[in-house]
Design a protein around this ligand. Structure first.
Ligand SMILES: [Zn+2]
Length: 167
């Protein structure tokens, strides 16, 4: 972690720029999958909070799992709601995989900037060269909130411009 929902801050900024080429839902699903291990450690009191799931190597299969399962669930729900999913370009495999991997890999990167107990480059490097001590947990949380607010503002302005531009 930082608190899992805070990881959505950069995702909102990314969504505001990439629009339909990025799935916020699959990115968010990847955040949840990434923090299942720390949650289990918190609940049981056993294990390392930022263990092997918080490495770039393991973030790849977790991101792919988020892509696969997230796409299946979203398309299934869309079909249940009567949306014709076969003819729409949204949530292609490419978008799902990019969104899932962006979610899991950015999760490791952001956590690695503040947690000394992480080994993001495991098994190649056994320390955390990304943590400098310059950024605190609170500082990271503030940064993530601000990026989320910036993304929401861009989305709002973009939506307004689109709306104004409609005939
Ligand atoms: Zn985490």
């Amino acid at each position: 972690m930082p608190f899992t929902p805070l990881h959505l801050g950069p995702a909102l900024a990314l969504k505001s720029l990439a629009k339909h080429k990025f799935s916020l839902l699959i990115f968010a699903w990847a955040q949840i999958l990434m923090d299942l291990q720390p949650l289990a450690v918190i609940l049981t009191g056993k294990g390392q909070a930022h263990g092997v799931t918080h490495t770039f190597l393991l973030a790849i299969p977790i991101g792919l799992a988020a892509s696969l399962s997230g796409r299946l669930v979203v398309l299934g729900l869309a079909r249940l709601c009567g949306k014709k999913t076969g003819t729409t370009p949204w949530l292609t495999w490419r978008i799902a995989i990019l969104s899932g991997l962006t979610g899991s890999l950015s999760h490791v990167l952001l956590d690695a900037l503040i947690y000394t107990d992480m080994h993001p480059f495991w098994p190649f490097i056994s320390t955390n060269p990304l943590v400098t001590g310059q950024l605190t947990d609170g500082g990271m949380a503030t940064l993530l909130v601000y990026t989320g607010i910036a993304g929401l503002i861009v989305m709002g302005v973009s939506g307004l411009v689109d709306w104004i531009g409609q005939p």
